[in-house]
Design a protein around this ligand. Structure first.
Ligand code: PGA
Length: 237
């Protein structure tokens, strides 16, 4: 099965950066056989990016970085599911930056995931412990179960999970492979067999293959996803 490679561009790129990166990634996607690439740009760039890549939909898709838990209404500043729906096939929910800076709870993450699924958008639900500690396994298992709480058994088969220990995000070191593999095992015990689990947190051209070889179904990449040379190596070019 092709690896799912999610590019989380966060609040980093300008529109001109996006328009420079898009054709290069489109070319890579056209040549790759073993990866499905999902670009998650800032929400306002979904449409211009879609226009850039529209003839490359098989192996290259777009995702939103977040959505409001409210389907519509008086919610100034929120990005609604209906706003991203024309362009996005995926949406990241529960990223640790949202959980930490905006106090997003597991319940809210579950609401967002449910709303995405109702709109035929695949939620990429992020879970991960804040500290490398003995209790990390039970923390992550509990966070996963609570983030899935509103989903039916059928809906649970349709999500993607990203294991991202927040201490490894935006850091200089990714999680050690054996450690991440142990967490993967914990998550897979809770999840239906078909659910893909990604690794995220300081993925680089040096470590990306190791996570895939350790059994992760893909990667959620932040900083390295904006560097075209790193991305090329990660995708095996
Ligand atoms: P990073 O970000 O690769 O820059 O650590 C990953 C993420 O936050 O998804």
């Amino acid at each position: 099965m092709a690896s799912l490679i999610v590019l989380n561009w966060k609040l980093y790129p300008s529109l001109s950066d996006v328009l420079v990166l898009a054709p290069q990634i489109k070319n890579m996607a056209a040549l790759t056989r073993n990866a499905e690439i999902v670009i998650c740009p800032p929400a306002a760039f979904l449409h211009p990016l879609f226009e850039e890549i529209r003839h490359q939909t098989e192996s290259l898709k777009l995702g939103a970085q977040d959505i409001s838990a409210f389907p519509e209404g008086a919610m100034t500043g929120d990005v609604g599911v209906g706003t991203v729906k024309p362009w996005a096939k995926y949406v990241i929910v529960g990223h640790s930056e949202r959980r930490r800076h905006y106090q997003e709870s597991d319940q809210l993450v579950s609401e967002k995931a449910k709303l995405a699924l109702l709109n035929r958008i695949t939620p990429i639900i992020c879970v991960g412990e804040a500290q490398k500690a003995a209790a990390a396994r039970s923390f992550v298992k509990d966070e996963l179960e609570k983030s899935l709480v509103l989903l039916s058994p059928k809906e649970r088969q349709e999500v993607v999970i990203a294991y991202e220990p927040s201490w490894a995000i935006g850091s200089t070191e990714a999680a050690p492979i054996e450690y991440a593999q142990e967490m993967l095992k914990v998550l897979k015990e809770v999840l239906p067999a078909s659910v893909r689990v990604l690794y995220g947190g300081t993925v680089t051209e040096e470590n990306s293959q190791q996570f895939l070889m350790a059994g992760f179904d893909g990667l959620l990449i932040g900083r390295a996803s904006l560097k075209i040379n790193s991305l090329k190596k990660i995708l095996g070019f």
